[in-house]
Design a protein around this ligand. Structure first.
Ligand code: NAD
Length: 256
């Protein structure tokens, strides 16, 4: 379905980004990976699916590096047809104790990076009259949780950016939508499971149940594979007129 298309997925060396990259690769898309940590492992996993894989290590908090990454993708793959803005970090703390440097980092990585990649990807998508921009927001783009001020503010911003991008491209073959996961058991959430286990003096498994029980009626984590299939749907012909939605995959979190 996506042969001859190129998908750039930010923060795709781990977790949800890697799950989405693999799902798009299974549909035949070439992939540009980005993110920190082990690159060779994810790269080999995706190459095994029979597509071309590139990598750029741009730090999503730095606009100049984002520009270099977008230029690399065009130089190596011709253009970016599918842009998945996924890189993100979390910090949990009350507002009065929230480190200013963490606030700035979360705004830059979780929100501003999507503005930069989008502004750089749009001209070629418009010229081709086809493109998909998928912003990985969160249920925290729709509702709040205590002690996550920067994350909730940034993710609400991502949902807003999604709507404006969708409106500005509404009469074209370019669509923009957001995915809003509830709990997904990635390294980002494992840190919160560990903190909960330590705070309550319970096992890892008990801490997971407490975390799910607070928010997610299904008592199940959403998986990167499930989120990957939602991204595939947005890229399909059936998604041609799906514009500006913030689609939660959250076990009922925001239905309450
Ligand atoms: P993760 O920690 O497993 O992966 C984050 C990825 O982003 C990694 O590849 C990491 O290297 C990369 N990254 C971090 N900082 C970066 C930077 N400055 N520049 C470039 N890359 C950077 O986390 P995840 O849970 O897979 O999160 C992915 C996205 O999904 C985030 O935007 C997160 O907010 C969102 N999300 C996660 C959950 C969840 O429960 N895990 C729920 C809702 C939304």
């Amino acid at each position: 379905m996506l042969a001859n298309k190129t998908a750039l997925v930010t923060g795709s060396t781990s977790g949800i980004g890697l799950g989405i990259a693999k799902a798009l690769a299974r549909q035949g898309a070439n992939i540009v990976l980005n993110g920190f940590g082990d690159v060779a492992g994810p790269q080999a996993e995706i190459e095994a699916l029979g597509v071309r894989v590139g990598y750029h290590g741009a730090d999503m908090s730095r606009p100049a590096e984002i520009e270099a990454m977008m230029a690399y993708a065009v130089a190596e793959f011709g253009q970016v047809d599918i842009l998945v803005n996924n890189a993100g970090i979390q910090h949990v703390s009350r507002i009065e104790d929230f480190p200013v440097e963490r606030w700035d980092a979360i705004m830059a990585i979780n929100l501003s990076s999507a503005f930069h990649t989008t502004r750089l990807a749009l001209p070629a998508m418009r010229a081709a009259n086809w493109g998909r921009i998928i912003n990985v927001a969160s249920v925290h783009g729709l509702v709040g949780s205590a002690e996550k001020s920067a994350y909730v503010a940034a993710k609400h911003g991502v949902v807003g950016l999604t709507k404006v991008t969708a409106l500005e491209t509404a009469a074209t073959g370019v669509t923009c939508n957001a995915i809003c996961p509830g709990w997904v058991l990635t390294p980002l959430v494992q840190k919160q499971v560990d903190a909960k286990a330590a705070a309550l003096g319970v096992s890892n498994e008990e801490a997971k149940k407490v975390l799910l029980g607070e928010k997610e009626p299904s008592m199940q984590f959403t998986t990167p594979e499930e989120l990957g299939e939602l991204a595939v749907f947005f890229c399909s012909a059936a998604g041609n007129n799906v514009r500006g939605v913030a689609w939660n995959m959250d076990g009922g979190w925001v239905a309450q």
